[in-house]
Design a protein around this ligand. Sequence first.
Ligand SMILES: Cc1cc2nc3c(=O)[nH]c(=O)nc-3n(C[C@H](O)[C@H](O)[C@H](O)COP(=O)(O)O)c2cc1C
Length: 359
Amino acid sequence: MSALFEPFSLREVTIPNRVWMPPMCQYSAAPEGPDTGAPADWHFAHYAARAAGGTGLVIVEATAVSPEGRISPYDLGIWNDTQVEAFRRITRFLASQGTVPAVQLAHAGRKASTDRSWTGGAPVGPDTHGWQPVGPSALAFDERHPVPDELTVEEIRDIVGQFADAARRALAAGFEIVEIHGAHGYLINEFLSPHSNRRTDAYGGSYENRVRFALEVVDAVREVWPQEKPLFFRVSATDWLEEGGWTADDTVRFAAELHAHGVDLLDVSTGGNASDVRIPTDPGYQVPFAARVRAETPMPVAAVGLITEVEQAAKIVANGEADAVLLGRELLRDPSWARRAARELGAEVRVPEQYHRSV
Ligand SMILES: Cc1cc2nc3c(=O)[nH]c(=O)nc-3n(C[C@H](O)[C@H](O)[C@H](O)COP(=O)(O)O)c2cc1C
C-alpha cells in the first residue's frame, strides 16, 4: 500500500488519502445583488468533479470574511446566510463522495479589489465594483496597486471578529476543516512580514508584535470552531527577499507557536508579499520548507507547488517530507488524478458507483 493512499486523521476527522486539492480562486461569484459572493453552478461542478475523482480533501478557494476582504469582486464570501445555504450543496456532495470538505477563510488586505486574473488582475475602482483596500501600513504592494488605508486597532479587532463569524458560518455550511489564509501577501501575511508591516504599535515592529494579529485570528477561530474538527493555516514560508522579509527561520518558530495555539496542520506555500523577487519554480520547489517545519516542530504539514507526477507525490509522503500533498494546477488539468495515481501505485481509492465500469 502506498503511503499516498493511507488515511490521515486529525482530531476526529479522517481524510481518506493524502492527495488533496489546495484553494484556487475561480472568480465566478456574482459581484453584486442578493447572491454576491455565493457559490454558483460553476463552483458546484468544479468541486464535485475533484471529489468524484477521488481527491481525499478539497479546500474550497479563498472565501472572504467581509466584502472588503475579497481579492476581486467575483470572489466567494461567507459573511451572510445566503452564502451559507449555497455552500451546503457543495459540502453535501463532497461528503457523499467520501471527500472531506474544507474552506479557506481569507482577507485580501492591500491586494484586495482587483480584476479577475484572466483579465489581467489589475486593481479596480468603485465604478467597476471595486473599493479602497486596507492594510497594516499605508504601503502599496507595487506601483500598480493603490496605497491602502492603515487599519486602526479597532478595525483590526473587527476583522478578528469577522474571521470568527466566518468560521461559525463555515460550520453551519457543513465544512469539516477551516484553513486560515496567512499566505501570498494577503492581510495576515502583510502583518507577519516586516516588508509590509511598518506599524509602531502592538501589531508591528518586533516578531512578537507582527505575529499578534495572526495569533488573535487563530485564537478567535479556535474558540468557535469545534474541538473535534481540525484547523489549518496556510503560510508563505518566505518572502524570497534577501533581507527585510519574512524568512524560513521565522516560519519554523511561528509553526511551533501555531501548534500551541491549536492549529493542526501547516499548509506551506511561499511568496506573494514582495513584488520584485525571483522565485525558483522547479518541480516541488516549496517542499523543503514544509519538510523543515515537519522535522523541527510538532506541526503536521502539507506540501504544495509543482507537484504533478505520481512517483514524485508518493515519495514526498513516503519519505516523510510532508503528511500530504496538494495538487493545484494538475487537478485543474485532471480532476481524476487521485484515481489515476491509485491505479499506478496499485492502491485503493473510492470510485463512484456510477463509474464502476471504468475500474
Ligand atoms: C487559479 C488559481 C487560483 C488560486 N487561488 C488561491 C487561493 O484562493 N488561495 C491560495 O492560498 N492559493 C491560491 N492559489 C495557489 C494554489 O493554491 C497553489 O498553492 C499553487 O497553484 C501552487 O500549486 P500547483 O503548482 O500545484 O498549482 C491559486 C492558484 C491558481 C492556479
